[in-house]
Design a protein around this ligand. Structure first.
Ligand code: KG4
Ligand code: ZN
Length: 345
């Protein structure tokens, strides 16, 4: 029988990572901290027809793609299925039906191969993406996390312990990008389309910056900024004026990003931490990346920034967090269930 207490921990294990929490079916292989392959099949084009992710379509697409995406990841890595030392899989947060496809596949594989199953929290995956950029990276570091569901600044103290220094009291940064995209009539997925439009615009529309409340813990708020964009566009329309969409997109991008970058650098200074990392879909934003690079350089901080494709959902980051859990001997049972929501901590 499958007994998670019997597994031995190897040096430089080959780990297969699997991700299916939303509309990307992804598989990746790492050996130690070295990334051997990363494959993604996405149902985003199909979802775009509906203006967002339809859970049922996502689940079906995962079912159709999962076998193929794993085969491609193994081929790209030049690894046979028998060489896999552990299977790491996203068990939450995400769409339940979507998660269950990856989870069921991972359980069957771990059972068949007789290797550890590792339960990965999707958000911890985003945080771990930086480990693959720099094989020498070790805690402590400050992470700016910004995705569709989370916005936070974290202080990673050891491989398995971190402190949340700040978060959002309402919308996440990615959610705000997506809502503004809708107001500007841009198609799904919104964030990247706001960025494209912003490239032709000026930071000329007066918008409140995403608010920073310095309560006991640092808190961001995006609802005021989002409402300001909506009001600006509606006022223009009511007056029969053309909405300067490029300028709105550019001004919004500045207002949404600048406080995140500023506070991340301030947190690093305040904690005396010399390294900054970042993760989550919004970190794929070019303006954010440039600003973060500039500000870290000015402050004398080392920045470890995953490539754009490892900021948005992927399985390399799941394998990377899987490795952290593997080294800690944190293995799951085969009754592991999917969870729609998991607290960051
Ligand atoms: O991490 P992610 O792929 O999925 C979640 O775990 O949520 O993040 C998705 C979010 C979406 O809100 C999307 O609009 C945003 O990341 N995003 C971007 C960009 N690319 C993705 N936001 C701004 N600029 C981008 N280039
Ligand atoms: Zn994500």
């Amino acid at each position: 029988m499958y007994d998670k207490t019997k597994f031995k921990i190897k040096d430089n294990p080959i780990i297969l990572g699997l991700e299916s929490s939303c509309d990307e079916t992804a598989a990746a292989v790492i050996k130690g901290r070295k990334l051997l392959s990363s494959q993604i099949m996405s149902s985003a084009t199909e979802q775009a027809k509906f203006g967002g992710v339809v859970p049922e379509i996502a689940s079906r697409a995962h079912t159709e793609a999962v076998d193929e995406v794993v085969r491609r990841a193994l081929d790209e890595a030049g690894v046979t299925v028998e060489q896999i030392d552990a299977v790491a899989v996203t068990y939450g947060a995400g769409l339940l039906g979507a998660l269950l496809v990856g989870l069921s596949f991972a359980k069957s594989l771990a059972y068949t191969l007789g290797v550890p199953l590792i339960a990965v929290n999707h958000i911890r995956g985003h945080m771990a993406a930086a480990y693959l950029v720099d094989e020498e990276l070790k805690p402590p570091f400050i992470t700016l996390l910004a995705s569709g569901g989370h916005t936070a600044i974290l202080h990673t103290k050891t491989y398995t312990e971190f402190e949340i220094l700040g978060g959002t009291s309402d919308d996440a940064a990615g959610e705000a990008f997506d809502k503004v995209a809708r107001v500007l009539g841009l198609s799904y997925p919104g964030g990247v389309n706001v960025e494209r439009l912003a490239k032709d615009g000026q930071n000329s529309v007066q918008l409140p910056k995403c608010q920073v409340k310095n309560t006991q813990a640092l808190q961001f708020s995006y609802s005021g900024l989002k409402t300001a964009v909506i009001n600006y566009c509606h006022n223009k329309e009511q007056k029969g004026e053309v909405v300067d969409k490029e300028n709105v997109a550019c001004s919004f991008q500045h207002a949404a990003v600048d406080p995140l970058v500023k506070k991340t650098v301030e947190c690093a200074k305040a904690r005396g931490v010399k390294t900054v990392t970042a993760g989550g879909g919004v970190i794929a934003n070019g303006y954010l990346r440039n600003t973060l690079e500039e500000e870290c350089k000015k402050a004398g901080l080392k920045l470890v920034l995953p490539e754009k494709k490892y900021c948005t959902d992927n399985a390399a980051m799941i394998a990377a967090e899987g490795l952290i859990q593997y080294q800690a001997g944190n293995f799951a049972n085969l009754n592991l269930n999917a969870k729609a929501q998991i607290p960051l901590k």
